[in-house]
Design a protein around this ligand. Structure first.
Ligand code: GMT
Length: 376
């Protein structure tokens, strides 16, 4: 198949999923065309069967907001026409599903075969941004114009039905996936000695530090843990809430135990050193980073929200607490870190649960979805 993939190419779960999906499909012999405003960050320079088409958004004094969605639609149209694409697979509905729909209309108007559209819903396109009155009607119509709709969790499918009135039967749940070879603590070098003093446990969090991730709760929960267990908090990523987290670390008196590592691509190596992963998000459609941690045998303590309960089984391979309850988060962390047997059981069980989300198994499901859409 010839497939155009559009995603947000910057750091973030939806971009990771789209890029890894494209790379795996290319390995399977499909021709993949990434269409976006920048090279997806996990895309190496040259990969057989992979092409990159940069969207050029011209500026003009009249444009306070240059219309990216329109330039993207034209790039999709051009690529579909020139390379004979069968499918456009867009990740994150806004504005990608709308641009794909416009591109298809343009192809039809030119008498070209209408490219099929698959839209994958990832999270805040449904739970937050998509519900803003400025976007809601166009988000709904654009999703409905797709030939195939997938969501990364059953929770997100239910929300799409509830909030947008899009029948859940039209949506196929295809969860996120992980490279089980790469995300494997047995196969990664250990940097523990460089990150923590001997005897200290490593608590980790990785995100884009947006308010939805509740970074301050990470620091507060860690402060509770470190009062009982010698530990260090490793924060990976960056974003608007870094300053607030630094402030809370000072207030809680744990500034010297918190290490901000900034943005990193080699998260498999870092996760493989961790003893505990904290994910206190306000909402999380799936929680790809939790899956990556679990694949590395790291128990996750997260919040009982969104799609996280579909991944983390409370008391077995991790713990789930109510949003904002950093005290419960700390208590669960202390229990796990103080009990080597309990930790070992949770770690083994986390890795075992992650095995159901292998790249091979999940990409098979995307391929089957494409076939159904093309045959329909
Ligand atoms: O929806 C977002 O805010 C962005 C998106 C991203 O690019 O990171 O995150 C969502 O997609 C990920 C990949 O499917 C999921 O693992 C995340 O849970 C989801 N984020 C939220 O729902 C907040």
């Amino acid at each position: 198949m010839k497939i155009g993939i559009t995603c947000y190419p910057v750091f973030g779960g939806s971009g990771v999923v789209a890029t890894e999906l494209g790379l795996e499909l290319a390995r399977r012999g499909h021709e993949i065309h990434f269409i976006s405003y920048a090279l997806p960050f996990r895309l190496p320079y040259f990969v057989e069967n992979v092409f990159y088409h940069e969207v050029d958004v011209p500026s003009y004094p009249l444009f306070e907001y240059p219309p990216y969605s329109l330039a993207l639609a034209v790039a999709m149209f051009d690529t579909a026409q020139q390379r004979g694409l069968d499918l456009l697979h867009v990740h994150y509905a806004i504005p990608h599903a709308t641009s794909a729909w416009i591109a298809r209309e343009m192809l039809v108007e030119k008498g070209e075969p209408p490219v099929r559209i698959v839209t994958t819903l990832h999270g805040t396109d449904i739970t937050l941004v998509g519900q803003d009155p400025s976007f809601r009607p166009i988000t709904r119509t654009s999703i409905l114009r797709s030939d195939g709709i997938t969501s990364v969790s059953d929770y997100l499918r239910t929300e799409t039905d509830r909030v947008f009135g899009i029948d859940r039967d039209r949506i196929e749940v295809i969860p996120n996936f992980v490279d089980l070879d790469k995300y494997n603590r047995e196969k990664q070098p250990c940097h523990r000695g460089k990150l923590a003093a001997p005897g200290e446990k490593l608590v980790m969090h990785i995100s884009n530090f947006r308010p939805v991730k509740r970074l301050e709760d990470v620091v507060r929960a860690f402060a509770g843990i470190v009062r009982e267990v010698p530990a260090r908090l490793i924060l990976i990523g960056d974003g608007p809430d870094r300053g607030k987290a630094q402030h809370v670390a000072r207030l809680e008196g744990v500034r010297d135990n918190v290490l901000f590592l900034g943005k990193h691509e080699s998260v498999a190596e870092l996760l493989s050193c961790a003893d505990l992963f904290l994910l206190p998000s306000e909402t999380e459609a799936f929680g790809l980073v939790a899956l990556e941690a679990m694949a590395c045998g790291v128990p996750v303590i997260g919040t009982r929200v969104g799609g996280l309960p579909e991944l983390v089984t409370n008391g077995e391979n991790g713990w789930l607490v109510p949003v904002g309850d950093h005290v419960a988060m700390a208590a669960a962390g202390i229990r796990l870190l103080k009990d080597p047997e309990l930790w070992h059981a949770a770690s083994t069980s986390a890795r075992a649960a992650a095995m159901a989300y292998s790249t091979e198994a999940i990409v098979d499901r995307y391929e089957a979805h494409y076939r159904r859409v093309l045959e329909s």
